[in-house]
Design a protein around this ligand. Structure first.
Ligand SMILES: CC(C)CC(=O)SCCNC(=O)CCNC(=O)[C@H](O)C(C)(C)COP(=O)(O)OP(=O)(O)OC[C@H]1O[C@@H](n2cnc3c(N)ncnc32)[C@H](O)[C@@H]1OP(=O)(O)O
Ligand SMILES: Nc1ncnc2c1ncn2[C@@H]1O[C@H](COP(=O)(O)OP(=O)(O)OP(=O)(O)O)[C@@H](O)[C@H]1O
Ligand SMILES: O=C(O)CCC(=O)C(=O)O
Ligand SMILES: [Fe+2]
Ligand SMILES: [Mg+2]
Length: 334
């Protein structure tokens, strides 16, 4: 498994060497295209998919909610694939299985009830199929353009809160975690696998916050503990007006990586499930985060990668290049 990862890294690094130079060039031309609408659209591309209202709404709010986009049959299949992994019927190299910190530190809990989140399921066909669904990619293309990479995958199984409030996810911008740009060509698709509402900890967003810049993130000072890598925006103003995104099974929200969002605690007995993928244009380019506000997360990621693969030469960018998979068009840069 280690040698597979190392092999893949070699391929990826060779690929990166060969293509870095072209990246900015392809974005320059993309930008000159959008100059045809100088003052109107910054966050969406010209396609026939979004209605003018949807397009304006994303421009203004930083997200759009599409109802009933993924079928109940597909969601059932993702649920089964998740179950198999929790029962350890399949072992997957590279998969991150995360437990809520207060569950991990309490008595032994097994199976599905112990797993709060799966990350990096790009090698699990039964889950990765989500990232390739044509009805999802159709929308993704409105933000990324035709060359699409699936960069980050998650299945979130938000547990009933243990009483320590660790089931909350602090308000954050996903771009804090990403070593690629430009932000406007990155989008998250997040699909509810069941009804999500305020009680079970639906997504909470700050509309319009995508128009701001990337903020400093750090661990919030929460008494009951905080999950590893759950950074929140520093100086979060709890009085800022928020929107709770209540969704039905199959509803999908597409949101910008600078949109400030989080989720409240799960006050029900059920495990609130969602599946998501972050996409980026394959024409994006990697950045070095040294000396930026992202250095704290980059250090944590490299430290975990070292412990997991035993390689200390992996850069933050490499960890992304290894996980990214092309889902449409050409792998031009990322
Ligand atoms: C845009 C997107 C990227 C945004 C996000 O998703 S932000 C969240 C990103 N999260 C991640 O990348 C997942 C990070 N978590 C992990 O990789 C894992 O859960 C690990 C922290 C490595 C722990 O996994 P593993 O080593 O398998 O767990 P073990 O049961 O062996 O426990 C080892 C020690 O770690 C502790 N632990 C387990 N889970 C967590 C947790 N969630 N938060 C904080 N500490 C944790 C555990 O209690 C144990 O501690 P000690 O007994 O050694 O003191
Ligand atoms: N100091 C903070 N820093 C960053 N994020 C925070 C902070 N305080 C709260 N949050 C986040 O804001 C979001 C909403 O918090 P909260 O726990 O109040 O949930 P809620 O959905 O509003 O629930 P309720 O209906 O009970 O108020 C959650 O993502 C939470 O983690
Ligand atoms: O499903 C959730 O609670 C939100 C998760 C999230 O925003 C993230 O992991 O980046
Ligand atoms: Fe997020
Ligand atoms: Mg609240």
């Amino acid at each position: 498994m280690m040698s597979r990862a190392a092999d893949r890294l070699k391929v990826v690094l060779n690929h990166l060497d060969g293509s870095h130079g072209n990246v900015r060039a392809s974005f320059t031309s993309a930008q000159s295209v959008s100059h045809h609408h100088p003052q109107s659209f910054r966050y969406t591309l010209d396609t026939d998919i979004l209605t003018p209202e949807q397009r304006l709404s994303y421009e203004e709010n930083g997200f759009i909610l599409i109802r009933n986009l993924v079928s109940a049959e597909d969601i059932e299949k993702f649920r089964k694939a998740f179950e198999q992994i929790c029962k350890r019927e399949v072992k997957v190299p590279g998969l991150v299985v995360m437990k809520d910190v207060s569950i991990a530190k309490s008595e032994f809990v097994e199976g599905e009830k112990a797993v709060t989140k799966l990350q990096d399921f790009q090698e699990v066909p039964g889950l990765f199929r989500y990232c390739t669904l044509p009805q999802i990619l159709k929308y993704v293309e409105c933000f990324t353009g035709p060359n699409i990479m699936a960069m980050h995958t998650m299945l979130i199984n938000k547990p009933p809160d243990t009483g320590k409030r660790t089931s909350r996810h602090p308000m954050h911008q996903d771009l804090h975690y990403f070593a690629f740009r430009p932000a406007d060509h990155i989008v998250c698709a997040w699909t509810a696998m069941e009804k999500v509402h305020r009680q079970n900890g639906c997504l909470v967003v700050l509309p319009g916050s995508h128009k701001g810049s990337l903020q400093e993130h750090d661990y919030p000072e929460w008494e009951g503990g905080i999950n590893k890598m759950y950074h929140g925006v520093r100086n979060y103003d709890p009085n800022h007006s928020r929107v709770h995104l209540e969704m039905e099974k199959g509803d999908t929200v597409f949101f910008h990586p600078l949109l400030i969002h989080g989720s409240g605690m799960n006050q029900t007995e059920g495990f609130r499930k969602a599946i998501s993928c972050h996409y980026a244009s394959a024409d994006c380019y990697y950045i070095d985060v040294k000396g930026t506000t992202q250095e704290n997360i980059s250090d944590e990621v490299k430290d975990l990668a070292f412990r997991k693969y035993g390689v200390d030469s992996l850069s933050f960018q490499d960890t992304w290049a290894l996980r990214g998979r092309l889902v449409r068009g050409e792998r031009t840069s990322l």
